[in-house]
Design a binder for this molecule. Structure first.
Ligand code: SPD
Length: 282
């Protein structure tokens, strides 16, 4: 935090910041964890100085990651979340009554504890939901050890490709995610900013297309992230079923979503910037 009360993420010569104050900061076994309180978006979380979430805008991120996958998969009984320690992704998944078992594997237990303490609305009822099974450990190893076809949904809610999240962006990890999906299952991951992390974004989409045979980025926004413009990418074992939300599942969640709806999702999948479309086709 600077002397004027600005808390910034610095990224390639640009600052993305909020005014506020630091409530807690510590070095966990994996990263620097910072909890802040901002005037505009309430309490928030940074990892290694990068914005992860804040109460006043987390739904832009979590609804975009969760509902295309959970509304499109054939079945959604068994869900795996890799990362997601603040609880927001689990909360959105558990809004779907068909989910019977959710494994969440977060590498940094302090992120979970501090989120529960300072950002309880993120996880909401998920932390005490009987369907929720939290493991503190390595999600990459978890995926590698999981049985073939053991999940209907695999969601990756990690941070940027540096530090503990680095292994969430490579071929071997994506191959395991595909292997552990049941037929009709859907994979979804945050896939960085098409502006601030354009190369990483393009590489991820291309790699997922190689591994799954197809994959589609969805474009939305998370105002506090670098450039504010963000993406999530989806793939499935049997074609782009995440583009066709099942009406009954969609109806059960859309009325209380902030951002997500079948209509919003249609536009967000279509909103591929021209230059990115050319690069992905090339
Ligand atoms: N640059 C930020 C990428 C962060 C993605 N994960 C956010 C965690 C929200 N549950």
């Amino acid at each position: 935090m600077d002397s004027n009360g600005w808390i910034d993420e610095l990224h390639e010569g640009v600052r993305y910041g909020l005014t506020g104050r630091v409530l807690h900061q510590e070095q966990s076994s994996f990263q620097q964890v910072t909890i802040i309180e901002s005037k505009r978006y309430g309490k928030g979380l940074l990892l290694d100085g990068c914005w992860m979430t804040a109460e006043g805008q987390e739904r832009c991120y979590h609804e975009s990651l969760v509902h295309p996958a959970l509304c499109g998969a054939e079945r959604i009984e068994r869900v795996l979340i890799i990362g997601g320690g603040d609880g927001g992704t689990a909360r959105e998944c558990l809004r779907h009554g068909e989910v019977q078992h959710l494994d969440m594997v977060e590498i940094d237990g302090r992120v979970v504890e501090l989120s529960q303490q300072y950002l309880p609305s993120l996880g909401g009822g998920a932390w005490s939901d009987r369907r929720m099974h939290l493991s503190v450990g390595d999600g990459i190893a978890w995926a590698a050890a999981a049985a073939d076809a053991s999940y209907d949904i695999v969601l990756v809610d990690g941070s940027d490709p540096a530090g503990p999240a680095e292994g969430l962006f490579n071929r071997s990890f994506f191959e395991h995610c595909r292997r552990i999906l049941r037929p009709g299952g859907v994979f979804g991951t945050q896939s960085e900013s098409p502006e601030a992390f354009r190369c990483v974004h393009l590489e991820m989409v291309k790699l997922l297309r190689e591994v799954f045979g197809h994959a589609d980025p969805l474009y939305g926004w998370v105002p506090m992230y670098p450039s504010g413009w963000w993406s999530w990418t989806f793939a499935a074992t049997d074609g782009a079923r995440y583009r066709q939300p099942k009406p009954e599942r969609a109806a059960a969640v859309a009325a209380s979503c902030e951002i997500w709806s079948p209509r919003w999702q249609r536009g967000a999948f279509e909103a591929v910037p021209a230059a990115i479309e050319r690069e992905l086709e090339g």
